[in-house]
Design a protein around this ligand. Structure first.
Ligand code: MIG
Length: 660
C-alpha cells in the first residue's frame, strides 16, 4: 500500500500503519475544479466490478450507481438514496480476468461524491469537496486479497463479548422496569432464547445523557442484577447531544473546560435533538472524549456492560441558525413522513447546520462539514476508551454513525430501516460491504424499524439475521408489536432462534478468527469463488465464516428460490430442531424453503460445528459441547467470551472428525 497526499489533510484516523508516499496516483486522472474541489476520473470497462463503500444502498457490485459519503440520518431511504449513516471510502476495481485488482481508499472525513459510472459511459468520477486528503492505493491478484490487505492496515475490528452473539430484543417505547420485565417474562414463557434487551431514550431523565429516570428505574443496579440472573443483559442508549442544563455538573464541566463544538463566535453551538436544546461534545478533542467516556460509570456501576451510541451523525432537528423550527414540528414530521413538516425538518437540519459549527483538531479549527463523517466514530472512541478504563470485562458498544477507523472502537447497526422486503435485501447486500471496511460486528434492525412488519417478513428477515453477529429485533415507537412472542407461528420462530443459538459456537469462532487475522466474516460469493464468472453476479447469496453459504428467501409469498451452486456441496436443512443433509451438484438449482425451516450450505472440503443442545441464552452455553459436520477437522476458536484474553495462538482447538 502507498499513499498520495494532497494539500494539508487532517490527521489520519483510519490507517494505522506507516505507509510510503508516492507522487502520483495510478489509474486516475486528477483535476482541480472551479469550485476548489479535487476530481478523480478513471475509465472502466463493462467487465469491471467495483466493491467497497460499506454502508450504502444497492448492490454489492457498486458499479453503475452514485453515492455521497456524508453521514446522514435518513429513516426513509430507498434504492436511490445517496447517503446513509456511515461513510466508508474504500473502492476495489475488479476487471474480469485481468490482474492486478486495484484498491483505493479516499481518506478524508469530508464529503465525497462517488459516481461509479452512473451514466453507463465507462467513467468513474470521484469528487472530493476539498483539496486536502490522502489517497491510498494498492494492488492484489483478487478483490478478496485486496480487501484483506486493506484490513491489515486499518487495525483490528472491535471485539464484543460472547453474549453479544445472543438475541437482543429492542423497541423504542420500553420505558420502565415493568416494560422490560414483561419482555423477559414473555420470552421465558414462550420458551424463546434471549440475551439482551435495549433501553431506548425513555430510560433517561428528559433524554439527558448519563441520567436515569428514578421513577421508571428506581434502582437500576438491582434491576440489572435481576435481569442478569435470568441471563439477560441491559443495553442502554447514549445520544450525541448533551442537554443544556446549567446546573448539571457534567454539563457545567463541559462548558467550563471548553469541550463542546463552537459556533462562529467561539461559543458552544446550540442544536436541538431529543432533549431539546443541546451542545454537541467536540469528540475530536481527547479531553472531550475522556470527559464523556468516564460518564458511562453511572451505568457500569449498575453492572451494565452493553451500550449503543445514537444520533451521532450528528442528527440535528433544528439549530441556533434556524430557531423557527420547533421540536414539536419535528416529532410530528418524524411520525408522519409525508407532511410538510417533514420536508421543512429535512431542509432545516443537516446541510445548513453543518456549516455552522466547529471542531478543534490539534489546535486548529475545522467546520463540521469538512470533518463531518468522523464525528460519530470519535464518539464511539470516547465510549470505548472510557469503558476500557471503567471495566475489566469485555463490553458491547455499537454506533449508528461511522467512518473507517471507528470499526476499532465499536460495531454498528445500519440505522433506521423499514419493514419492507427491499430493505431485507438491502441488509443482505450491506453485510459483505461493511465487512470489507472492518465493521464485522454489525447487523440491521431485524423486522425493520419504521412501519409494521408482517409475520412472513419477520420470519424471512430472522432467517438472515441469525447469521449476522449483531442480531437485534428493533422497531420504532408507534409501530406494531414486533417481539417474537407476539406472533402466531411460534413454532417457526422457535426453530429459527434455536438454530441461532446452536450456531453460536461456529459464528463466534469464525468471527474471532476473522477479526484476529484481519479477514472478513461475511463475504460475497465472488470473494470465495474469484474465478467463477457466474458468482460475480450473485447478489443474494453470502458466505458466512469460512464454511457456510446462505441463500435466503427475500420475496414475499415465495416458497422456493433459485440458488447458484458454484461447486458441489451439501445442503443443510434445519427443521424442528434437527439437521438433515443432502448433496447438491454445481449449477443452478431450485430449492424449497418453507418459513419454518432454515436452509444453508456447507462449502466443499469444509466443516462446521453446532451446539448439541438448545440454549435459552449464552450464560450456560458450552462452546466445547459441539457436533462436527463435514469432511475435515474444524479449527475452533474458543476463549472465555468475557475477559480481554483473546489470542489466536492460545485459543484454538481442533475438533477432530470421527470424534465419537
Ligand atoms: O430520532 O432513540 O436509530 O434506533 O430507537 C430517533 C430513538 C432516535 C434513532 C435510532 C433508533 C432509536 C430512536 N432514535
Amino acid at each position: 500500500m502507498k499513499k498520495v497526499v494532497y494539500g494539508n489533510p487532517v490527521p489520519c484516523f483510519a490507517i494505522e500503519k506507516e505507509v510510503e508516499e508516492a507522487k502520483e496516483l495510478p489509474g486516475f486522472t486528477v483535476e482541480d475544479t472551479v469550485e476548489g474541489y479535487l476530481k478523480f476520473t478513471m475509465a472502466v470497462s463493462e467487465k469491471t466490478a467495483i466493491y467497497g463503500l460499506g454502508e450504502t444502498v444497492g448492490n454489492i457490485n457498486k458499479k453503475g450507481s452514485k453515492f455521497i459519503s456524508f453521514n446522514t440520518d435518513d429513516p426513509h431511504h430507498r434504492e436511490n438514496t445517496l447517503s446513509l449513516y456511515g461513510s466508508h471510502n474504500l473502492l476495489i476495481f475488479d476487471e474480469l480476468n485481468i490482474t492486478p485488482k486495484l484498491g483505493f481508499f479516499f481518506d478524508t472525513p469530508g464529503k465525497v461524491i462517488f459516481d461509479l459510472d452512473s451514466e453507463k459511459k465507462g467513467k468513474v468520477k470521484i469528487t472530493v469537496l476539498s483539496k486536502d486528503l490522502r489517497v491510498y492505493f494498492w494492488q492484489q491478484d483478487t478483490a478478496y486479497l485486496a480487501v484483506k490487505e486493506f484490513l491489515s492496515y486499518i487495525g483490528r475490528s472491535f471485539i464484543p463479548p460472547l453474549w453479544a452473539f445472543g438475541l437482543c430484543q429492542s423497541r423504542w417505547g420500553y420505558k420502565d422496569e415493568k416494560d422490560i420485565k414483561f419482555i423477559i417474562d414473555e420470552y421465558e414463557k414462550a420458551g424463546l432464547p434471549l440475551d439482551s434487551v435495549c433501553m431506548d431514550i425513555d430510560y433517561m431523565d428528559k433524554y439527558t445523557d448519563f441520567t436515569i429516570n428514578k421513577k421508571r428505574f428506581p434502582n437500576l443496579k438491582r434491576f440489572n442484577t435481576e435481569c442478569m440472573n435470568r441471563g439477560v443483559h441491559l443495553v442502554p442508549i447514549i445520544d450525541a447531544g448533551v442537554k443544556i442544563l446549567p446546573k448539571n455538573p457534567f454539563f457545567k464541566e463541559g462548558v467550563e473546560r471548553d469541550l463542546f463544538c463552537k459556533n462562529i463566535e467561539g461559543k458552544p453551538f446550540m442544536a436541538a435533538v431529543w432533549p431539546g436544546p443541546t451542545h454537541f461534545p467536540d469528540f475530536f478533542k481527547k479531553e472531550t472524549r475522556d470527559w464523556f467516556g468516564k460518564e458511562y460509570k453511572i451505568l457500569t456501576d449498575a453492572g451494565i456492560t452493553g451500550f449503543w451510541n445514537d444520533m451521532n451523525e450528528p442528527a440535528v432537528f433544528y439549530s441556533e441558525m434556524d430557531k423557527s423550527k420547533g421540536i414539536m414540528e419535528t416529532i410530528i414530521g418524524f411520525l408522519n413522513p409525508h407532511t410538510k413538516e417533514k420536508k421543512a425538518m429535512e431542509e432545516s437540519r443537516a446541510y445548513k447546520s453543518y456549516k455552522h459549527f466547529y471542531h478543534e483538531i490539534d489546535g486548529k479549527s475545522y467546520v463540521n462539514q469538512d470533518v463531518h463523517n468522523e464525528y460519530g466514530s470519535r464518539m464511539t472512541q470516547a465510549g470505548y476508551d472510557g469503558l476500557t478504563e471503567l471495566t475489566d470485562k469485555r463490553f458491547l458498544l455499537y454506533s449508528r454513525a461511522s467512518m473507517l477507523g471507528g470499526h476499532r472502537y465499536g460495531g454498528i447497526w445500519t440505522g433506521d430501516n423499514e419493514s419492507r422486503w427491499d430493505h431485507l435485501f438491502m441488509n443482505v447486500r450491506q453485510m459483505p460491504c461493511l465487512n470489507m471496511c472492518g465493521f464485522l460486528y454489525s447487523g440491521a434492525d431485524t423486522g425493520g424499524f419504521g412501519g409494521n412488519v408482517t409475520e412472513e417478513l419477520l420470519l424471512r428477515w430472522t432467517a438472515v439475521s441469525l447469521f449476522t453477529p449483531l442480531f437485534r429485533n428493533h422497531t420504532a415507537i408507534a409501530t406494531r408489536n414486533q417481539e417474537y412472542f407476539r406472533f402466531e407461528n411460534r413454532k417457526a420462530f422457535k426453530n429459527l432462534l434455536s438454530l441461532r443459538y446452536r450456531l453460536i459456537p461456529y459464528l463466534y469462532s469464525e468471527f474471532m478468527i476473522a477479526v484476529l487475522s484481519s479477514d472478513m466474516f461475511i463475504k460475497p460469493l465472488s470473494f470465495a469463488f474469484p474465478y467463477d464468472e457466474k458468482a460475480r453476479n450473485i447478489e443474494d447469496q453470502l458466505i458466512v465464516g469460512g464454511s457456510l453459504m446462505i441463500a435466503p428467501v427475500l420475496t414475499e409469498g415465495a416458497k422456493s428460490r433459485n440458488v447458484y451452486i458454484p461447486k458441489d456441496m451439501e445442503l443443510i436443512r434445519y427443521k424442528n430442531g434437527s439437521f438433515t443433509r443432502e448433496k447438491v451438484a454445481k449449477g443452478m438449482i431450485c430449492i424449497e424453503v418453507p418459513v419454518d425451516e432454515v436452509v444453508f450450505f456447507l462449502l466443499p472440503e469444509k466443516s462446521f460445528i453446532y451446539a448439541r443442545k438448545e440454549y435459552s441464552n449464552t450464560k450456560n452455553l458450552d462452546l466445547s459441547d459441539v457436533e462436527l459436520v463435514g469432511d475435515s477437522d474444524y479449527k475452533q476458536y474458543m476463549d472465555d467470551g468475557l475477559t480481554r484474553k483473546y489470542s489466536l495462538n492460545e485459543c484454538v482447538r481442533i475438533v477432530k472428525r470421527c470424534q465419537n
